[in-house]
Every structure is written in structure tokens, then in C-alpha cells.
Design a protein around this ligand. Structure first.
Ligand code: 5GP
Ligand code: ZN
Length: 112
């Protein structure tokens, strides 16, 4: 198993857990770009959003719901952003699907 996030999800590499259930694991980003920067990853390995299939629709919805619930419990009532980077131009650096939950400051738009 060579995937970094699979290792994090299995606990082989330490991380700061934020939330977990049978379908996903949420943890603090090691290089935060905002006061709150949490990654939400499915336990199931998918290389990217493009690797998801119809059978993953419920899982994708669950990841979004989880991000929103973490934002609520973290008190991000002024707003936040949920991002999925895909591929080289999208800025993806880890090939295990994950959502970024960013908040705690005003975020610029469009992103760079
Ligand atoms: P991507 O660039 O693929 O959209 O996002 C990957 C994210 O994973 C980056 O924000 C990066 O800071 C984070 N990251 C990379 N390696 C580690 C790690 O070992 N632990 C944690 N907690 N986050 C990591
Ligand atoms: Zn993986």
C-alpha cells in the first residue's frame, strides 16, 4: 500500500483526527491554508473525483454532508469553502480523493 492517505486513514502515519465514521476520515491538513483547514477523505481508495463511479454517489454525498457538519460544529457560521482539486492543473498533489474544508478567514475568489 503506497497511498499516503490510505496510510493516514489506517493510522500507519499519524494525523490529527477531526471526525471519522465507517465511510470517511477527516483530519487536519499538515500545511493549513486557513485557520480551519480540514481534509475529508473516503476510507475507500479513489484516485480522484474522476475515479468515482455511479456506485460511489452516496459516498460522495456523504463526504459533502460530513464537511458541512464539521463546519457547523467548528462554528464556521460566517462561511467556508469546500474544494476538490483534480489533476495537475487543478493542483491535486495526493492521489486519494479528498475534500478541503477551509474557513476562519475571508477567502479570495477566484482561487489562484
Ligand atoms: P491536494 O493538493 O491533493 O488537493 O491536497 C493535498 C493536501 O494534503 C495538501 O493540502 C497538503 O498540505 C496535505 N498533506 C500532504 N501530506 C500530508 C500529511 O502527511 N498529513 C496531512 N495531515 N496532510 C498532508
Ligand atoms: Zn488511498
Amino acid at each position: 500500500m503506497s497511498c499516503l492517505f490510505c496510510k493516514i486513514i489506517e493510522g500507519a502515519i499519524p494525523s490529527t483526527a477531526v471526525y471519522q465514521d465507517e465511510h470517511c476520515y477527516a483530519f487536519a491538513d499538515i500545511n493549513p491554508k486557513a485557520p480551519t483547514h480540514i481534509l475529508v477523505a473516503p476510507r475507500k481508495h479513489l484516485d480522484s473525483l474522476a475515479s468515482a463511479r455511479d456506485e460511489d454517489r452516496l459516498l460522495l454525498g456523504h463526504l459533502l454532508r460530513t464537511a458541512a457538519e464539521i463546519a457547523r460544529t467548528r462554528g464556521l457560521h460566517k462561511g467556508y469553502r469546500v474544494v476538490i482539486n483534480h489533476g495537475e492543473d487543478g493542483g491535486q498533489t495526493v492521489d486519494h480523493l479528498h475534500l478541503h474544508l477551509l474557513g476562519g478567514r475571508a477567502l479570495g475568489w477566484p482561487p489562484g
